[in-house]
Write a protein that binds this ligand. Structure first.
Ligand code: PAF
Length: 285
């Protein structure tokens, strides 16, 4: 596996692959890789001739300095995992390489980012869109792979691709979970034993709420019940619980028969912020 660290080398790699008629897959990551990332690599390998995974803890998408400082960084383990997974190349740039000058461009995704992560992490999606755009320009992939744990991120990236006419396809894969239901996340490494023990309750609350939505219960009642359930665990500080349209991400004010619905939450456990979601297809009346 090639290890690349400059934009020029990634660009040259991509050009060579395209000239050779290869289809190129990109798996953008922030490292501390887990089975969810490796599922994306496996899918990219199955569908593309060459696969490049990027490992870059992107400072511009963090709105908490502590979250950025404490984000797990395991470049050696990551490159070993990517090589074993059959990646053609890994791209591990430094901050100066990705940001030779501070990015002045500002993205505005409108209503899509005025809810959930966008509302609670100001500037987050601007940072995501900036770095993802840079990666798309550098790697020129035919396909780029993302995990659905970041449901809103996938929606924002799809909007980015449409608005800027990036000539590539976004492929999104369902969240990979631990045996007890906890969504796999690089941040899980930071959970202490007490937080890890109760963390699966996030998915438990989502699953219970999804069952209620399927039965046609009004979103406000579903949300209130989930909030009450999670409030019973003092280690969990819920930041938000949303019942939203799965495409527009706007809150569902009323039960909407047949409308694809996503339930999303963010919560703090022992100083670690986790997100998760469950998608439900509301039952038809
Ligand atoms: O999902 C992530 O890990 C990051 O937001 C991404 C897409 C790699 C951009 O930094």
């Amino acid at each position: 596996m090639l290890i690349l660290s400059t934009a020029a080398s990634l660009h040259a790699f991509a050009e060579d692959a395209r000239r050779a008629g290869q289809r190129l897959g990109l798996v953008p990551t922030m490292g501390a890789l887990h089975a969810g990332h490796l599922q994306l690599v496996a899918a990219a390998r199955a569908e593309c001739d060459a696969v490049v995974a990027s490992v870059f803890v992107n400072p511009t998408q963090f709105n908490s300095p502590d979250d950025f400082r404490l984000y797990p960084r395991l470049p050696r383990a990551d490159t070993d995992l990517l090589a074993a997974a059959g990646c053609t190349a890994a791209f591990l740039p430094g901050v100066e390489e990705m940001y030779p000058q501070p990015a002045a461009l500002r993205f505005d995704f409108g209503a899509l980012e005025q809810v959930m992560e966008g509302a609670h992490r100001p500037g987050h999606f601007n940072g995501v869109a900036t770095v993802v755009s840079k990666l798309f320009h550098m790697a020129r992939p035919h396909r780029a792979y993302f995990g659905q744990k970041d449901w809103q991120q996938v929606a924002v990236v799809r909007q980015l691709v449409a608005d800027l006419s990036f000539d590539l396809e976004i492929v999104a894969f369902p969240t990979v979970r631990e045996a007890d239901g906890l969504a796999m996340s690089s941040r899980n490494r930071r959970l202490d034993a007490a937080a890890r023990a109760v963390a699966p309750r996030l998915h438990g609350a989502l699953a219970a709420a999804a069952a209620q939505v399927r039965l046609g219960r009004p979103p406000a009642a579903v949300q209130a019940q989930a909030e009450a359930l999670l409030a019973q665990t003092p280690e969990i500080a819920l930041e938000y619980f949303a019942v939203a349209d799965a495409l527009t991400l706007q809150p569902l004010a009323a039960y909407a028969p047949g409308r694809a619905t996503v339930l999303c939450l963010a919560a703090h456990l022992g100083g670690v912020r986790l997100i998760d979601n469950v998608v439900v297809e509301a039952v038809r009346a």
